[in-house]
Every structure is written in structure tokens, then in C-alpha cells.
Design a protein around this ligand. Structure first.
Ligand SMILES: *[C@@H]1O[C@H](CO)[C@@H](O)[C@H](O)[C@H]1NC(C)=O
Ligand SMILES: *[C@@H]1O[C@H](CO)[C@@H](O)[C@H](O)[C@H]1NC(C)=O
Ligand SMILES: *[C@@H]1O[C@H](CO)[C@@H](O)[C@H](O)[C@H]1NC(C)=O
Ligand SMILES: *[C@@H]1O[C@H](CO)[C@@H](O)[C@H](O)[C@H]1NC(C)=O
Ligand SMILES: *[C@@H]1O[C@H](CO)[C@@H](O)[C@H](O)[C@H]1NC(C)=O
Length: 405
């Protein structure tokens, strides 16, 4: 009898433990995600402020490939802000010393170390040009950023992009916006893309091979989808946290079904988020039809952006957009952007309240975190420019009328 009771209680305990074990399994630390620095040090900075010292925060994915490390470092300084989060992805195919160079650069910067908000993806992906591995990398970054930090918007950039306003401007301009807005440029008029994108099928060897190679084209073509409507647009997007979570978790299966469909689609980054959001009843009303990037294209078919130079400077400012692409390494126009728009000195950070001196006594160079200024914003004319663009986009004349048409 005593043995029976003992066995039953043993069984009950083990059932209980296994129940406890299931939820904890989901919370095991991320093994393949190695922050180069200890990010728990952030608490040393923010301990005196409220938990969220800035009104809104952004998380960035910055993608780079072979030969991009110089551009990446410069851009990171131009884009850095202690309130944001930065995840760097260097293509798996980049040489070993370039991976090490970036890791050393991030680990060696005293400000990045002090705040701990810049990470390098420890297990990078092999990315094929125009292949679904580009999209997989973005979703990979989203899932890491979602489970690690609390941010409001996700911004996808490459090492050839550059900001046209300071991060203080960006944070200030976005602080009045509803947090559920998604900036996704889109259209359902596919034009030439109908035959060149909707029908062909490709296979991306980057999904299963260790060697870099081009996309494979399947000889047969497929019909256009009838279960959902296809949209296309710009690969540069700003996603809300809620929509990012929907795409990663996929609780109603639409994001997952479309991801499987887009596995064989040429240039899936130009269509995936567009098609998901416009086919989702819950999210389509949150779409703003704009990518907030200044890009000048070649003459049709608009597949290759032109490199920007000094002659584009005026139009870049007039566009009121916060980002531009693409720039060649050390292009002279970058020096002008640094000097006139970002107030950035060579090798230093762009201007911001966090690094300029206290009591209005502004410091010439933005080189270190002034702890007492953590949480202080000093927006300038860039914020006013961006706000006027946002007001135009969100006006009743534009916002609803350009949604998922
Ligand atoms: C925090 O950073 C300091 C240097 O800034 C370092 O000495 C210390 O070990 C770090 N703390 C943790 C918990 O890593
Ligand atoms: C915390 O901030 C308050 C003002 O916001 C200041 O008076 C106080 O000295 C600060 N404390 C520390 C430990 O820095
Ligand atoms: C994200 O940014 C990269 C730039 O490196 C771009 O190639 C890609 O298409 C973007 N969009 C998505 C959805 O991945
Ligand atoms: C893949 O790359 C390795 C090293 O560069 C090379 O030895 C191997 O032959 C390549 N494999 C294929 C199938 O191209
Ligand atoms: C989205 O907007 C349309 C038209 O304005 C409205 O009928 C619909 O209920 C809205 N959907 C949600 C989920 O709010």
C-alpha cells in the first residue's frame, strides 16, 4: 500500500515537473546570438532615469557584405544613438578577417561598450542577391530583436545607406505618431513585374549550400496567385513592433503561407511585407504608403539605384526624407551631409543631446556619452522637415486613399 502511494506521488510529481519544464524550455538563452559586449551594462546608464528615457526607440538591422566594412563603420557612427538598438549582419561569405574587423570595431568602441546596444550577429546567413535568403535574414534579425529588447519600430538598412537627419530628429518626429503605423511602400499594379516577378520561379542555393552562388531559374513558370492579391514595392521598410511580431510568430498563418510562396519568388524583399500587410484585415489599415528613403533610380525598369553625389544634395534635403541611398565609399557628398545635416566630425558621432555638454554649453565634438544628459533630446531642423513629410503622408487626403490599392 505504502509503495502504491509512493509510486502515485512520484508519478504526479514528475507530471508536475514536466509541465513546469515546457514553459521554461522556451526561455533558454539564445546560443547562436553573441552580443559582442555585455549589454546588461545598460542599467548603469539608465538606473536614475525611468525605464524608458526616450519617447520612442528604434531597432536597426544593418546588412553588409564583402568589402563593406569601411562604409559600415562610418554609417554606424552617423546613425548611433544610445536609445536605439543596432544589429549588424555581415554576409557569411565575407572573408574571415572582415568579420573579425567588425567584431573588434564594435567591441573596441568605449561608448558601444558602455551602453551595450550594438551587436554583431554571431551566426550570419549566406545571402543570395535577389533570393529569399535576403528576406530570411531580415526575419532572423526581427525575431532576435523582438525577444531581446523593447523597441517601437524596426528599420532595415544596408551599408550603402546614410541618414539625412540626426537620431534625435528621428525620435522627436516619431514621438507623436501612433505606434502601430508601418511604413511600407506598395502597389498592386505590378506592371512589368507581373511577368518578370509573378510568374518565374527560382531556387536559392543559399538555403542549403555553404558556397555562394547565383539563383537557379526553374524552366516552368507558375500562374499568378488567386488565394491572395500580390503587391510589390520598396525593399526598405519601417515596421511596427506589433506587425513584426505578427510576421515572425504568424498566429493566423498568412505570414507563413506567404513566406513559403515567396521562397521561389525573385526579389522577395520587394513584395513579402507588402503582400502580407495588404492581405491582412487586422493590419492593412496601419499601412503608410512610403519608404521614407531618398532613392533615384535608373531609367525604367527601375532596378538599380543611382549612386548619389553632391548634385543631389539639395533635392535630398527638399525631399524631407530621413534616409538616402546609395552612396559610394567616402563620396564627397557624405562629408557635406556630415557637416551640414548631422553636425558630425570625422570619426565622431552625429550630434545629439546625449553627447553634447549640459546646461546649453554645447560640446564641439560628439565623442562620448554625457551620463547626466541620457534622455535629453536636441532635435533641429531635420525633425521639422521629417514632421512636415509625416503630416503630409498621414493627412486625410493621402493616408487612407493610398492604402493597399
Ligand atoms: C560594465 O562595464 C565596465 C566598463 O565600462 C566593466 O568594467 C564591467 O565589468 C561591466 N559590467 C559587466 C556586468 O559586464
Ligand atoms: C537622479 O536624477 C535627479 C534629477 O532627475 C538628480 O537630482 C539626482 O541627483 C540623480 N541621482 C543620481 C544618483 O545621479
Ligand atoms: C533589407 O535591407 C537590405 C539591404 O541590405 C535589402 O537588400 C533587403 O531587401 C531589405 N528588405 C528586406 C525585406 O529584407
Ligand atoms: C565550395 O567551396 C569550397 C571552398 O571554397 C570548395 O573547395 C568546393 O569545391 C566548393 N564546392 C562547390 C560545389 O562548388
Ligand atoms: C479598416 O478600415 C476600413 C475602412 O475604413 C474599415 O471598414 C475596417 O473596419 C477597418 N479595419 C480594422 C481592423 O480596423
Amino acid at each position: 500500500m505504502a509503495i502504491k502511494v509512493y509510486v502515485i506521488s512520484f508519478l504526479l510529481t514528475s507530471v508536475l515537473f514536466s509541465l513546469l519544464y515546457i514553459p521554461t524550455r522556451l526561455k533558454i538563452p539564445i546560443h547562436n546570438f553573441k552580443p559582442v559586449i555585455n549589454y546588461f551594462n545598460l542599467t548603469t546608464v539608465s538606473s536614475n532615469s525611468t525605464t524608458k528615457p526616450y519617447p520612442v526607440t528604434f531597432s536597426y538591422l544593418i546588412s553588409a557584405s564583402k568589402g563593406d566594412s569601411m562604409k559600415l563603420k562610418r554609417m554606424l557612427y552617423a546613425l548611433y544613438h544610445p536609445g536605439n538598438y543596432y544589429l549588424i549582419h555581415m554576409d557569411y561569405a565575407a572573408p574571415e578577417d572582415e568579420h573579425r574587423d567588425i567584431a573588434d570595431f564594435v567591441a573596441g568602441d568605449p561608448v558601444f561598450g558602455q551602453v551595450g546596444n550594438v551587436w554583431v550577429l554571431g551566426k550570419p546567413n549566406l545571402v543570395t542577391y535577389r533570393g529569399p535568403t535576403m528576406l530570411a535574414t531580415t526575419l532572423h534579425a526581427l525575431s532576435l530583436l523582438l525577444r531581446t529588447w523593447d523597441w517601437d519600430w524596426f528599420i532595415n538598412l544596408s551599408a550603402s545607406d546614410y541618414p539625412l537627419i540626426t537620431q534625435d530628429d528621428l525620435i522627436h518626429a516619431f514621438s507623436d505618431l501612433p505606434r502601430d503605423l508601418n511604413f511600407i511602400h506598395h502597389t498592386s499594379r505590378l506592371g512589368w513585374k507581373l511577368n518578370k516577378r509573378g510568374k518565374p520561379m527560382v531556387i536559392d542555393p543559399g538555403l542549403y549550400s555553404l558556397n555562394k552562388s547565383e539563383l537557379w531559374w526553374v524552366i516552368k513558370q507558375r500562374a499568378l496567385p488567386t488565394a491572395f492579391k500580390l503587391y510589390t514595392g520598396s525593399a526598405w521598410t519601417i515596421l511596427s513592433r506589433s506587425f513584426a511580431e505578427y510576421c515572425v510568430v504568424g498566429w493566423d498563418n498568412l505570414p507563413r503561407t506567404l513566406l513559403l510562396y515567396y521562397t521561389n519568388f525573385v526579389s522577395s524583399p520587394e513584395g513579402y511585407f507588402q503582400t502580407v500587410i495588404c492581405n491582412s484585415e487586422d493590419y492593412k489599415n496601419t499601412t503608410v504608403n512610403h519608404d521614407l528613403h531618398f532613392i533615384t533610380w535608373d531609367t525604367p525598369p527601375k532596378q538599380h539605384p543611382r549612386s548619389l553625389g553632391l548634385r543631389d544634395f539639395r533635392r535630398m534635403i527638399m525631399s524631407n526624407r530621413p534616409f538616402a541611398r546609395k552612396f559610394k565609399k567616402n563620396a564627397p557628398v557624405l562629408n557635406k551631409i556630415d557637416r551640414d545635416l548631422l553636425k558630425r566630425h570625422r570619426g565622431q558621432f552625429a550630434y545629439g543631446g546625449w553627447c553634447s555638454g549640459s546646461n546649453g554649453k554645447t560640446q564641439k565634438v560628439c565623442s562620448s556619452l554625457q551620463s547626466e544628459n541620457y534622455g535629453v533630446l536636441r532635435p533641429g531642423s531635420g525633425s521639422r522637415r521629417l514632421k512636415s513629410l509625416l503630416m503630409k503622408l498621414l493627412s486625410t487626403r493621402n493616408f487612407k486613399k493610398q492604402q493597399c490599392r
